[in-house]
Ligand binder design. Structure first.
Ligand code: ZN
Ligand code: ZN
Ligand code: ZN
Length: 148
């Protein structure tokens, strides 16, 4: 996405267009699923001095406005991606932490319905697939002693 598209996305969400917000959108687009620290480093790289707190504030504002999506797969810090409203899920390698997008098999959220919703109006089911990625499986294969 271009800066012009990010600008109109901010305007569309009713947010003021500021250099840190544009730099944060660009950083997240460039590093999908990055954590706040990585994004802050990238924003500082393009803008110079921006406090970490300022970047955290921007991440929260953009997430609340649904321009960014918070991704939490447990264990590690919160990660961010551009919000595409596509209800995609995530596949995580338990060995190296590699994270991949997986299209939702259903498409519409919520794609799972509990037997008992306790009276909730369920909006979304966040699905995380866990396993071992092909690189890690190959590495395990190499380090194992050959079968007798
Ligand atoms: Zn892996
Ligand atoms: Zn994703
Ligand atoms: Zn789904």
């Amino acid at each position: 996405m271009s800066t012009a598209q990010h600008t109109s996305a901010l305007r569309g969400a009713g947010l003021r267009v500021t250099a840190p917000r544009l730099a944060t959108l660009a950083a997240v687009e460039e590093h999908p699923h990055a954590d706040a620290e990585t994004i802050a480093q990238s924003v500082r790289g393009s803008l110079g001095t921006v406090s970490r707190q300022a970047v955290y504030d921007v991440l929260n504002a953009l997430s609340d406005a649904e321009l960014l999506r918070r991704v939490s797969v447990g264990g590690r810090s919160m990660q961010y991606e551009l919000h595409r409203h596509d209800n995609h899920h995530h596949l995580v390698c338990r060995e190296c932490g590699r994270l991949e997008d997986i299209p939702c098999a259903v498409g519409e959220a919520p794609c799972l319905t509990p037997h008992d919703d306790h009276g909730f109006d369920i909006e979304i089911a966040e699905v995380v697939y866990r396993g071992v990625c092909s690189d890690c499986r190959a590495a395990v294969g190499r380090s194992e002693p050959a079968a007798p």
